[in-house]
Structure formats: structure tokens, C-alpha cells
Design a protein around this ligand. Structure first.
Ligand SMILES: *Cc1c(COP(=O)(O)O)cnc(C)c1O
Length: 256
């Protein structure tokens, strides 16, 4: 939508193993390419790219192209990486080294401030200077700025959120797997789940039970949903609903 609004031509590259195919993206670059947009972790798959892979990619992208690394789920991914004893992202190193890279972060996700519309970008000063000129005067309200500054100091909130998310992602994944669905390991605060049947119909049945999930037809994955990881109570309501009416067809796995 953003590309369209800017009058730009959007080139899509196919996914591989539920994640970005960086080879395919490199192959799609031409002299007119201006921006490559990578969400890391990705939405809606929750997958994350290894730092070494991103580093090699950034080094191979020609100089006339800006690589945007969207780290909206940074705090969740950082916590998962710590638990899994891997490293998540070295994005700020590329910025410090003067690479043609912009890193985006937001207060909308782990900080829970989506309604205040505040986030930030880190990148080359000249490039961000052009972005600053495009902003209107009150694009980030004073209330949003005050909340963002306060949020940066609220370590206890962040800790509670990312810990709940990691524990609940495990329980929710196990629950869905036990019902016979395929769940992709997540580094974010949602799960990408292959229902192996028309997801829009399942989403509609869930909606009638008061559970909202995102069917991913518009993302090119008509048999998959994205479900946000909630509180233990919310996740149990979702799993119970899936057990009752998740499927009209038989799947492998237990339905007890
Ligand atoms: C939520 C999200 C954002 C940030 O959204 P804002 O509320 O506009 O800050 C950015 N990228 C991805 C991939 C997201 O899921």
C-alpha cells in the first residue's frame, strides 16, 4: 500500500520455508530498485533471519538501494534469542558503519502503545533528514512522546510482557500441534499456523465464539492463520474453541 501511495512499482519475491528468500530478493534488484523492505521478525510468519545471513545480504545489495529492517517485534525477538542462546540482530552495527540501512522500531507492540502512534527510525543522517522534511508538525503528539520516553524506562512492564509471551507461545504451539496443526516457531508475539483447510471459514466460526484471528488469504496463504499470543486465559479460550470447531475435516493427530 505504501509503495502504491508513493506511485512506486512493487516487486514481490516468493517466500521460502515460511521466510524471506534473500537470494530471490537479490535477483529481483535492478537499476530502478530503491527500497528493500524486510520485516525481522516477519509478520505474519514470525520468522527471524540470522544476523550472519542479514549481514551477507546487506553487503551484497548495491549502493543505490536502501535496505529497511523493520524490527517492530524487536523486544520479543531479543527475549526469544536469549532463551534460545542465539543472537537476534546486529542491525545497529550496519547503521553505525554507514551502510544504506534504516532500522525501524515501534512502541506499538511490546510497549503496548499502538493507539499513540509513535515509533522511531535509525539510519543515515542525510536520508532521515529527507524523512523529517516530509513529516507534518504534530505527526507525533506531545502525549505520545511523553509516553514513549516513560516506556523506555519501564523495564518491569517489558520483562512481564516478553516472559509471558515466551511461556504462552510454547503452550499455544503445543496446544495447536496436539490438534494436528502445523505451527511455525515464532520470534514475535503471534503464531503462524497452517490449518490445512480454508482458513477464512475457520476464522468466521471462531469470530462467532468471540475469538478474532487473522486468516491469511490476502497474504497468499489461504490455509493459514495468524493468532496473537495472549494471556493464559485468552489462549485457553482460543484453544478450546479450536478443539470444538476448528475443523470440519479429519486431521492427523488427536482431537480428544
Ligand atoms: C505492527 C507493525 C509495525 C508497526 O506498526 P505501528 O503501529 O505503525 O508502529 C511495523 N511493522 C510490522 C511488521 C508490524 O507488524
Amino acid at each position: 500500500m505504501a509503495a502504491q501511495a508513493a506511485g512506486a512499482h512493487l516487486i514481490e519475491a516468493p517466500m521460502r520455508n515460511d521466510s524471506f528468500d534473500l537470494e530471490a530478493i537479490l535477483a529481483a534488484i535492478d537499476s530502478k530498485t530503491r527500497i528493500i523492505f524486510l520485516a525481522n521478525p516477519n509478520n505474519p510468519t514470525g520468522t527471524v533471519l540470522e544476523p550472519a545471513v542479514v549481514e551477507r545480504f546487506v553487503a551484497q545489495v548495491p549502493g543505490h538501494v536502501v535496505v529497511v529492517l523493520d524490527e517492530a517485534y524487536y523486544e520479543f525477538a531479543q527475549h526469544f534469542a536469549t532463551l534460545r542462546a542465539v543472537s537476534y540482530s546486529k542491525s545497529l552495527d550496519y547503521v553505525r558503519q554507514g551502510a544504506s540501512v534504516v532500522v525501524l522500531r515501534t512502541f506499538s507492540k511490546a510497549h503496548g502503545l499502538a493507539g499513540l502512534r509513535v515509533g522511531y527510525g535509525l539510519g543515515p543522517a542525510e536520508l532521515l533528514g529527507y524523512c523529517a522534511r516530509m513529516r507534518n508538525t504534530f505527526s507525533v503528539s506531545s502525549v505520545a512522546q511523553a509516553a514513549a520516553v516513560a516506556a523506555l524506562d519501564d523495564d518491569k512492564h517489558l520483562q512481564r510482557v516478553v516472559e509471558n509471551n515466551a511461556i504462552q507461545s510454547r503452550d499455544l504451539s503445543q496446544g495447536l500441534s496436539a490438534l494436528g496443526y502445523r505451527v511455525v516457531p515464532t520470534a514475535a508475539n503471534f503464531l503462524y499456523c497452517d490449518l490445512k483447510e480454508e482458513a477464512a471459514a475457520v476464522a468466521e466460526r471462531l469470530q462467532n465464539e468471540g475469538v478474532a484471528v487473522r486468516p491469511l488469504g490476502p497474504w497468499g496463504a489461504p490455509r493459514c492463520i495468524r493468532v496473537t499470543i495472549g494471556t493464559p486465559e485468552q489462549n485457553q479460550i482460543f484453544l478450546n474453541a479450536m478443539r470444538r470447531l476448528g475443523s470440519s475435516v479429519e486431521r492427523v493427530g488427536s482431537r480428544a
